[in-house]
Design a protein around this ligand. Sequence first.
Ligand code: PEP
Ligand code: CO
Length: 447
Amino acid sequence: MQTTWNPTSWKELPALQQPEWPDIGEYEGALKELEAFPPLVFAQEIRYLQKGLALAAQGRAFMLQAGDCAESFIEHSAQTIQHKLKVILQMAVVLTYSTGVPVIKVGRIAGQYAKPRSSPLEKFGDIELPSFRGHIVNSEQPDQQARIPDPSRMLTAYHQSASSLNLIRSFTKGGFADLSKVHTWTQEFVASSAEGQRYEAVAFEIERALRFMAACGIDLSKEQVLQQVNFWTSHEALLLGYESAMTRKDPVSGKWYDLSAHTIWIGERTRDLGGAHLEFASGIANPLGCKIGPSTTRDDVLGICEKLNPARIPGRLTLISRMGADRITDVLPPLVEAARDEEHPVLWTSDPMHGNTFSSSGSGLKTRRFDVILKELKGFFEVHKDLGTWPGGVHIELTGEDVTECLGGAEEVLEHELDINYNTICDPRLNGRQSLDLAYQVAEMLI
Ligand code: PEP
Ligand code: CO
């Protein structure tokens, strides 16, 4: 039994899903470099986010967590980041405007590079290769050499996260996220769609309200909340070497923070109670997420709550339910009841993506159906309504681009169209139109 936590105490426990680095000296050298690098985020920002999530845990705010399944080292441009931000900001506007509930915006961005895999090997025709584990570890190219874990990728991931964050900060604080610019967030391919037009109407109303306030004598240029947006970063804390190298003691509070992102989550495959991932997460002061799938038991939920939030701090722990559309209404209620009955202040959110992935029979491409994603969300809201608990947020895989990775939506993507613009390096993402459509539907479920 562990008594003292430190950033590397997880090493004494089994750590699943860690790459087999071929050269340990190189791996440790890379970690040393990371330890000396400046943090990516600041403890004070994390405490601010924690306060917002506490409101969400108490039913007074809603968490929108969204972005890529796996960020790419290759597809890394100002444009892709801006497009992703635009669609998340649009979704937040739709949700806030329709429900009157503050929305906490968290990207799967600026660090979402490590992927857990169901199998250590992947098949390409007759050849078997080590699985792709995200660009922080290896390359997705189907080639033996490209699949060898390379520790210098952790340094690239750090630098790329820093440059993404730099852009995110300038977009969200430098005028682009000004509420008077809501209509400029619509991308061309979205503008002509039904969702795009519905959004335009909301944007028009917001602008009208702003003009009204200005006419009443309110100097909008002095209202910082109208011009700037808080946008937080998150990723799955999978590679424990990387995460612990980014963990620093905050001189103000004396607490340890993982300064690679504002909040991190533990995945469904690495949430075992006696494992290294929960041990690592338990000692950092960042707000934490933990995915829970359909095999989760009541005891698992209570164990996770006790391990990650023994002090029962609201907003510290988000349980991200990813049950599958057909199972959620059976599986989720006893878990929510267990936490409620033991007075654990869980922030419950729904990831309607990961329980609903399948391979298309024609192309073999991994996909998800938009209507099935909505079905899981409906189930999630229904369960909370029945239990009198707060459906505190959604966790979505999306991109701002016009991709054809998920089936359906108002301007339907059909199975034979999947390969037209299938760009993901991991799981299928909603495109900009589907994301906006989803925001409208979630807003309706919330009010
Ligand atoms: C993910 O969020 O990309 C993921 C792998 O999820 P899960 O751990 O829920 O399978
Ligand atoms: Co995914």
